[in-house]
Design a binder for this molecule. Structure first.
Ligand code: HEM
Length: 256
């Protein structure tokens, strides 16, 4: 990015920050409207609370503020990349997010898409997207090449479902019968289930309470109090997923 573009991006951060709610709600509405397939990717109960919508846009703004010294954000980048890999986010999806984010910035700042400000933001977003895509590529390789490892979603069967007080422990075994990566306590997997009445799938992350060093994983699921129309993976597991059913699982990861 040239100095002019950097200055332009930095100058618009405060006004975008002030309009944060408008920016993020417009952005998500636009993106999920144009790409309903992403309703299977984003956890819609996190969307409902507004926590996640703020996180993505806030990360882009924080990056823009530190654009001259992105090393300040390396730790944050790492955390986002780990989250993305756990959710099987792919490079081609960055273009979708980018287009929708730029249109949202154009809308919030009331500028045409061919304005210098938008062009500068396009470069800034592209730069951050590249950093994340590269980090994620390395992480996908890392999880795939571990013993028993894999990248993306892998089918697991529920082999037991045991209620213990307010938690239900689900035991998951891979349907291919092959080895699975051992994991430390605190590491997490994403589990994706069908939300039948809404015709979508939803992912959610579950952390391991204990070391997982056997041929199966154990996760503890607790009922979530959400409005009836907000899909909850935990509630779907408790109410609709029985022993013998299959769910999709990503390889264990942890924040270092
Ligand atoms: C430069 C681009 C991007 C940035 C800066 C970004 C930033 C973030 C941040 C800060 C989080 C929250 C991390 C946490 O909770 O620790 C997040 C989560 C997430 N991101 Fe991204 N992201 C980007 C691109 C994408 C793309 C391309 C996709 C796929 C369409 C995506 C999908 C997700 C999902 C599904 C989550 C988890 C949200 C949830 O809680 O359900 N992100 N991202």
């Amino acid at each position: 990015m040239n100095e002019q573009a950097i200055a332009t991006v930095k100058a618009t951060v405060p006004v975008l920050r002030e309009n944060g709610v408008a920016l993020t709600s417009y952005f998500y509405k636009r993106m999920l409207g144009n790409h309903p397939e992403l309703k299977n990717v984003f956890n819609l109960s996190h969307q409902a609370t507004g926590r996640q919508p703020r996180a993505l846009a806030a990360a882009v703004l924080a990056y823009a503020e530190n654009i001259e010294d992105p090393s300040k954000l390396l730790k944050a980048v790492d955390r986002i990349a780990i989250k993305h890999v756990s959710l099987d986010i792919h490079p081609d999806q960055y273009a979708i997010v980018g287009t929708n984010l730029l249109h949202s910035i154009s809308e919030v700042l009331e500028l045409p898409m061919d304005h210098d400000v938008i062009t500068a933001w396009e470069q800034a977003y592209g730069q951050l997207a590249n950093i994340l895509i590269n980090r994620e590529k390395a992480l996908y390789h890392e999880v795939a090449t571990k013993k028993g490892g894999w990248s993306g979603w892998r089918a697991f069967k529920i082999s037991a479902k045991q209620q213990d007080g307010e938690h239900t422990t689900f035991t998951l075994v891979p349907t291919d019968g092959l080895a699975i990566t051992p994991a430390q306590a605190g590491a997490f997997i994403s589990v994706k289930v069908a939300i039948a009445d809404q015709g979508i799938e939803q992912p959610q992350q579950f952390s391991f309470e204990q070391v997982q060093d056997n041929a199966e994983y154990h996760i503890q699921v607790k009922r979530e109090l959400v409005d009836a129309d907000v899909p909850s993976v935990s509630n779907a597991l408790l109410d609709h997923v029985q022993v013998g059913d299959t769910v999709q699982v990503t390889a264990p990861l942890s924040y270092h």
